[in-house]
Design a protein around this ligand. Structure first.
Ligand code: PLP
Length: 452
């Protein structure tokens, strides 16, 4: 007799694939409401029990009680944080990865998946202008990419053999992502906070900070951001790269959000110098239209990363004794078993072609610029700065933090948009993060009209 865990298999397949078909067909995807809608405790009470439930019951509870308590980050009206806009090709292939139990740990086990993931990574490396020997792996997010890269900087970077007077230090700007601060804490490094008057780390500012720093000898790396998360500002990568080279420091570029801009001729020049990165993080689950969770982590010299991250165990020797040109993604970050999470991106890139990506990113940049123009032309609104990429910060004159918060809640309740407030130089502001190619200037106009 079959194990009871498998008795529903056939009916389940139809049921779940049918749900997926309907979800994929939603156009546009509705925003929905997030965590405060309805009683989730009541919906879930008693559901996990010794005897189980029918698949219809459980999927029904998910569909009717849980799914609309998740704000759809792939709605074109989701303009908070960093939205998502995965292609159908990528979403569907994510199901293939799941349904085929595809992992991407080692070449020995998964050469086909790894070769395809590496083809997608190479697209990112080529966009950035990294040399042919560059490589890495896909990790769960920019956070894990930043952590994995800075461990390599510490243990195998140019400063690894240098005598230090204290803890290792990493030069960062005040605008660096929160994950960089956490990373430094985890790896036992201290930040050298470089003051950046215009919120943009420059070679000049970095040099001045290093010259004025008594413990500059303990520096191991500098982190530049290519697209800050709050304002979308791209640091002076060429200037920072030059200083890093002069001082023999590891140069890490966090392009988790902004890296997609490399596709767009409208903004590509802002990234000059990114080709000099020792390590680079780009999140396809942000602006490269891939589903969660997917971040590309690239090293100029992957052998350094392998020396730091490869895990050793008697049962793993076989994957490392393999031919030297066999690539084990597991060796390049802080993980062992890993989902072949680069494949949805790979499939979508292969199906749509890179021109479609360029067009989509261009569209988003153009929409952000049009939104900035609309804000500038509206008397009671005040643009904070011209967008570098696709994030627009602005003020509503006369509003305090409570006004923004109240407005944001009303906007979601009316399903016109999901726009959460942020801060700029200590003051509350509104923030629009563009990423979905279907977000139109009309939608922006509808949202701005609610601020009158
Ligand atoms: C989003 C983001 C991160 C963190 O990436 P996750 O995928 O959320 O872990 C790091 N740096 C920047 C600049 C980001 O925008």
């Amino acid at each position: 007799m079959r194990n009871p865990m498998f008795v529903h298999d056939e009916a389940l397949t139809d049921l779940v694939l049918d749900y997926c078909r309907r979800r994929l067909a939603l156009d546009p995807v509705p925003l929905d409401w997030g965590g405060t809608h309805g009683s989730l405790e009541g919906a879930l009470a008693g559901l996990i029990n010794p005897l189980g439930n029918s698949p219809e019951t459980v999927l029904g509870i998910f569909r009717d009680r849980l799914a609309d308590a998740v704000i759809s980050c792939d709605s074109p009206r989701f303009l908070s944080f960093i939205p998502a806009a995965p292609t159908k090709a990528a979403l569907l292939f994510d199901m293939v990865v799941s349904c085929s139990s595809l992992q991407g740990t080692s070449w020995l086990e998964a050469a086909g998946a790894v070769a395809a993931e590496n083809q997608a990574l190479r697209v990112l490396a080529d966009l950035a202008g990294l040399p042919p020997g560059a490589g890495g792996c896909f990790v769960s997010g920019g956070t894990l990419g930043n952590l994995s890269a800075l461990v390599v900087a510490r243990d195998a970077g140019p400063a690894a053999g240098r005598p230090r007077t204290g803890r290792p230090r990493v030069a960062v700007s005040t605008e660096a992502h929160s994950s960089i601060g956490n990373t430094l804490r985890i790896i036992g490094a201290d930040p050298l906070l470089v003051p950046v008057p215009d919120h943009r780390l420059t070679g000049h500012a970095l040099r001045a900070a290093l010259d004025g720093d008594p413990a500059a000898a303990d520096l191991i790396a500098v982190v530049a951001t290519a697209g800050t998360t709050n304002a979308g500002i791209v640091d002076d990568l060429a200037g920072v790269a030059a200083v890093a080279a002069d001082r023999d420091l590891w140069f890490h570029v966090d392009a988790a959000y902004g890296g997609a801009g490399l596709f767009s001729p409208l903004v590509r020049d802002r990234f000059a110098g990114i080709d000099r990165a020792d390590s680079l993080v780009v999140d396809p689950h942000k602006w490269l239209f891939a589903p969660f969770d997917c971040a590309g982590l690239l090293y100029r010299n992957p052998a350094l990363a392998r020396a730091v991250h490869a895990q050793e165990a008697s049962y793993l020797e076989v994957i490392h004794d393999d031919a030297p040109d066999h690539w084990n993604p597991t060796d390049y970050a802080m993980h062992l078993t890993r989902r072949a999470r680069g494949l949805p991106l790979w499939f979508s890139l292969a199906v749509h072609g890179t021109d479609a990506y360029r067009t989509a990113v261009d569209t988003v940049v153009t929409t952000a610029r049009a939104a900035a123009d609309l804000i500038s032309a509206t008397p009671h609104l005040d643009l904070v700065r011209d967008p570098d990429l696709s994030i627009v910060l602005f003020r509503r004159t006369g509003w305090d933090a409570a006004d923004y918060q109240h407005w944001s809640e009303e906007l979601l309740a009316s399903q016109v948009g999901f726009v959460t407030p942020s801060r700029w130089e200590g003051e509350p502001v509104a923030r629009l993060a563009f990423l979905h190619p279907d977000t139109t200037v009309d939608i922006v106009g509808e949202i701005l009209d609610t601020m009158a």
